[in-house]
Write a protein that binds this ligand. Structure first.
Ligand SMILES: Cc1cc2nc3c(=O)[nH]c(=O)nc-3n(C[C@H](O)[C@H](O)[C@H](O)COP(=O)(O)OP(=O)(O)OC[C@H]3O[C@@H](n4cnc5c(N)ncnc54)[C@H](O)[C@@H]3O)c2cc1C
Length: 247
């Protein structure tokens, strides 16, 4: 059910030079109910008083359908109205929000034996929220996951330590850092120099048993969608969440 509520900023830190992690609590103290993969909307006014809104994926790893804190990763866009608000919001201040929205959630069907989770930038956020569900799908259904994460350099790999710790505990989950500009100072086993699309042919997509999730930059999503189709994946097995401005 979609609700409107006030969110109070409880904590924050910089994840990368231009990406802020924000942890909110509902001002009414209620837990926030959502499915991993869903997003919320932030409602605010432009300087001229005109109302507007922006969407942000919920990143809090979710164990039981609700969370006390609502965590977002916000990438700073030059001249952006929401960037101005969320980039400078002081701890203790409140904003108006609504949600949850969206259906970019993990399907659990017999045919889905391997999941490609593909992201650039803050598009990694929904997969962070999904980690407890992924753990359950591995333990109870023997599913496999390959997370392909595109960034320019290692400093832009958000939450990489959390995904790599998860991968080291779960051999069924592999983390492929795809760095288009600068390799890591200490490369990791699945690192790739280049874009996420270049790793997919090596993973031999199986049209019968693979499902792909694409999240983040619209150009990456279009290029990867085309490539997955060419590699034989049916369109119904390619799910997309494009980070376009929702004004
Ligand atoms: C479902 C969904 C989920 C989203 N989740 C997230 C999330 O988790 N984290 C996150 O950071 N963003 C997310 N976004 C994008 C977010 O909603 C905003 O569009 C983004 O934060 C920019 O808002 P802004 O008000 O700062 O910029 P705006 O005022 O909307 O834009 C300012 C200028 O920058 C351009 N612009 C807008 N976005 C970009 C961009 N990404 N790159 C380059 N130029 C741009 C605009 O065309 C405009 O000219 C999501 C979008 C959708 C639709």
């Amino acid at each position: 059910m979609i609700e409107h509520f006030q969110l109070k900023l409880a904590d924050s830190h910089m994840l990368a030079p231009r990406v802020r992690h924000l942890a909110f609590e509902r001002a009414d103290g209620a837990p926030f109910k959502y499915m991993p993969g869903q997003f919320i909307q932030i409602h605010f006014n432009y300087d001229d008083g005109k109302p507007t809104k922006r969407s942000y994926s919920v990143g809090t790893p979710n164990h039981d359908g609700a969370a006390g804190r609502l965590e977002l990763a916000v990438s700073f866009v030059e001249g952006g109205a929401a960037t101005q608000l969320l980039g400078n919001l002081p701890h203790g201040d409140s904003i108006e929000a609504s949600g949850p929205y969206g259906r970019f959630c993990l399907l659990n069907e017999d045919a889905n034996q391997r999941y490609f989770l593909i992201a650039t930038g803050t598009g990694i956020t929904p997969y962070r929220a999904m980690l407890p569900s992924i753990e359950k799908l591995i333990a109870t259904r023997g599913r496999k996951f390959a997370l392909l994460y595109g960034a320019r350099n290692e400093h832009e790999l958000l939450y990489a330590d959390q995904f790599e710790a998860f991968a080291s505990q779960h051999p069924e989950f592999t983390f492929h850092a795809c760095l288009s500009r600068t390799a890591r100072a200490t490369p990791h086993p699945h690192d790739h120099h280049g874009h996420v699309q270049e790793v997919l042919p090596e993973l031999l997509p199986d049209p019968e048993h693979d499902i792909a999730y694409l999240c983040g930059n619209p150009n990456m999503i279009d290029a990867t969608f085309t490539q997955l189709k060419e590699l034989g994946l049916p369109i119904k097995n390619i799910r997309r969440e494009k980070y376009v401005s929702s004004r």
